[in-house]
Design a binder for this molecule. Structure first.
Ligand SMILES: NC(=O)c1ccc[n+]([C@@H]2O[C@H](COP(=O)([O-])OP(=O)(O)OC[C@H]3O[C@@H](n4cnc5c(N)ncnc54)[C@H](OP(=O)(O)O)[C@@H]3O)[C@@H](O)[C@H]2O)c1
Length: 248
């Protein structure tokens, strides 16, 4: 597991210093990257709306969608203000520089594939068989929740994010970097630039990051593991991830 505080690569996966002509330009360019990024959010419920609030507060534009017509999101978009628009899931995926998928897991095969090709996709989803129905490959421990989305989106770079924090806490638990009690959240991806982006987003939202590494290990932060749902610092999260056992 790797703990990190800053993303070292831009959205195109290239090191910032190399792309931008030298370390002296990093902070100025980082601001440009943030303000030019549109986050496409697929799912506008508890988590989708909270991620939208923090994303806008952090300077991003947001296109948000649900399973119905964009008009049904009029109240949320009015609350979010001029940096937010509503669209269909396909439109949110198309507009996204980076996407967030935050829907009941049972609907994951409806997530648009083509419009997310080549993009970083953050997966907040969890498996609740009571809601999603039984999925044998998860019950048997053959795959992971985010591994399933990565398989569905073979041309995207999927990273786990925001799956083990209660929605209301996303806006309530933020703290500045360096606070010794700052809450930490886990990420996991097979693509380092995708986990680096989640790390950057967590930091902007007010959270430290613990990087679990490859998706094959991401079960460590799934439902019912020690790290799931509780408030913890980076050191505590690392310890909880280490003591997780594979429940089959
Ligand atoms: N709630 C939490 O505290 C929490 C915390 C961490 C992770 N999670 C996980 O994150 C995911 C989202 O949770 P949530 O609580 O935000 O769920 P939620 O409140 O039930 O919202 C789900 C959203 O997904 C939309 N949706 C469903 N199918 C869709 C599709 N095919 N295309 C586009 N949008 C679709 C729904 O739209 P409609 O309204 O039109 O149906 C709704 O806006 C779940 O997997 C959950 O387990 C939840």
């Amino acid at each position: 597991m790797r703990r990190s505080d800053t993303a070292m690569r831009g959205l195109d996966g290239r090191p910032r210093a190399a792309r931008d002509g030298g370390a002296g330009n990093i902070s100025a360019v980082a601001v440009v990257v943030v303000t030019m990024t549109t986050i496409g959010i697929i799912g506008a419920g508890n988590i989708g709306s909270q991620v939208a609030r923090k994303a806008i507060e952090s300077g991003y534009d947001v296109v948000i969608s649900n399973s119905r017509a964009p008009e049904t999101l009029a109240d949320l978009v009015a609350e979010l203000g001029p940096k937010a628009t509503a669209g269909t899931a396909v439109q949110a995926a198309q507009a996204a520089d980076v996407a967030v998928v935050t829907i009941p897991l049972k609907a994951y095969e409806n997530v648009p594939v083509q419009q997310l090709a080549g993009k970083i996709v953050i997966d907040t989803n969890n498996y609740y068989f009571e809601r999603d129905g039984h999925i044998a490959a998860l019950d048997n421990g053959e795959t992971t929740v985010t591994g399933m989305l990565q398989k569905h989106l073979p041309t995207s770079r999927v990273a786990k994010g925001f799956n083990h924090i209660t929605a209301a806490d996303i806006t309530a638990d933020s703290l500045p970097a360096g606070d010794p009690t700052r809450r930490a959240l886990a990420t996991s991806s097979d693509f380092p630039d995708a986990s680096a982006f989640v790390t950057k987003l967590y930091d902007e939202f007010g959270y430290d990051t613990v990087n679990i590494g490859a998706l094959a290990e991401s079960w460590r932060v799934e439902r019912d593991r020690p790290a799931y749902g509780i408030r913890q610092t980076a050191a505590e999260l690392e310890a909880n991830l280490a003591k997780a056992t594979r429940i089959v």
